[in-house]
Design a binder for this molecule. Structure first.
Ligand SMILES: Nc1ncnc2c1ncn2[C@@H]1O[C@H](COP(=O)(O)OP(=O)(O)OP(=O)(O)O)[C@@H](O)[C@H]1O
Length: 356
């Protein structure tokens, strides 16, 4: 397993790139821990695959270096980097049995046959294909074939990292849930460094210890699921993580207060917004109290989502989502209070400290 150091990496698909906007991947400078489970999460086109391909060696970055355990691998091929990869669509040898497909990477490296059998049987049980071990891969469903691909990615114990590129796209929803939990368990047992690309927040949040949120070619936050929820570093993280996402409203900062329309909201300190063109207040729907006290809102809609309700309201002309327990009473003349510790101030989309 390896610690992955991304040292001032940037990538542009055009050789003529000059401005920051020309780069599909803007500067990335991070060290990922040995044995960590990382998910690269973000919308289509944000640069996830570009970054993954730079780690695997399929792509050479325009600038910067990549190191595995302190060794520069920037110019090395995927094979030389000793990495296992699982792609979005299955890659299997149709004429081989399920067992032989899984054994292939081990036999290729002349692993003793007794060890091959033990390891393949372990993986077969994990992906729930033990009954089909002797069957040819030809004729299996796309779902089953993708499970073989996943298994092949996991079968070697000596890889530096395992990279997954949206591996559950073709898997049916129930199996998705099962495989996700199994991958998580396997990560805990094996200590593999894993990097998992997805645009699905549930997939990222259940799989990863650290979620790397990408937006427009940039890493906007690396954090645990709780950190992303409680302290989004960027308005995009607030919007993308959570359902509904974080409320954002334009505000004017006056000392230790945020002013929205005719309302003045006390903050925990003076936010550092000097020089910002746009200042916004962010608060998650879960941290707003709805009742008879506080600032007035007008309610436009209530959506019942099982154990909770989402109240859609308008606050000082701005849309506001509030999450309340299923049984809570919604007063006719509703008012709201914002939890002081849960509010964030964003200057030109980035969260700022409240220290003056
Ligand atoms: N081979 C290429 N040549 C030119 N531009 C490319 C190439 N591959 C990707 N891009 C561009 O680089 C940007 C980042 O693409 P990338 O595939 O890394 O995003 P992604 O987050 O993985 O998206 P998706 O989830 O759709 O795969 C996009 O604007 C894309 O159009």
């Amino acid at each position: 397993m390896a610690r992955i150091n991304l040292d001032h990496i940037r990538h542009a698909y055009s050789a003529k790139a000059k401005a920051a906007g020309d780069y599909a991947l803007k500067e990335v400078h991070h060290e990922w821990e040995d044995g960590g489970a990382y998910a690269l999460l973000g919308p289509s086109g944000c640069g996830k695959t570009t970054l993954l391909n730079i780690i695997s060696g399929l792509l050479q970055p325009s600038d910067g270096r990549i190191e595995f355990d302190g060794v520069d691998v920037t110019r090395l091929s995927t094979q030389q980097r000793n990495i296992a990869q699982v792609f979005q669509f299955p890659v299997v040898y149709d004429t081989m049995s399920v067992f032989d497909n899984l054994a292939f990477p081990l036999r290729n490296r002349r692993v003793p046959e007794a060890e091959v059998t033990a390891r393949v049987n372990e993986i077969l049980a994990m992906i729930d294909l033990a009954d089909m071990a002797r069957q040819k891969a030809q004729g299996l469903t796309a779902d089953q074939k993708q499970k073989i691909s996943l298994g092949r990615g996991l079968v070697r114990a000596d890889v530096n990292a395992i990279l997954f590129d949206e591996p559950l796209t073709v898997i049916d929803p129930h199996m998705k849930w099962v495989l996700r939990s199994q991958l998580k368990r396997l990560h805990r047992h094996s200590g593999f460094t894993m990097v998992y690309v997805t645009h699905d927040q549930t997939e990222a949040l259940t799989f990863a210890d650290k979620v790397v949120v990408m937006y427009d070619g940039e890493i906007v936050q690396i954090g645990t699921p709780a950190e992303l929820f409680e302290r989004p570093s960027h308005t995009f993280v607030g919007y993308f993580i959570g359902s509904p996402g974080m409320n954002l409203m334009p505000v004017r900062i006056d000392g230790t207060s945020a002013v929205v329309g005719d309302q003045t909201i006390a903050l925990s300190g003076p936010p550092k917004v000097a020089g910002a063109v746009k200042t916004e207040l962010g608060i998650r729907p879960e941290f707003i109290r709805l009742g008879r006290e506080g600032m007035p809102v007008s309610i436009s809609k209530v959506e019942d989502i099982g154990r909770q309700k989402i109240v859609r309201a308008v606050f000082c002309g701005e849309p506001l989502a509030i999450v309340v327990p299923e049984d809570s009473e919604i007063p006719a003349e509703a008012r709201v209070t914002f939890d002081t510790d849960a509010m964030g101030i964003y200057a030109d989309s980035w969260r700022v400290g409240m220290g003056g």
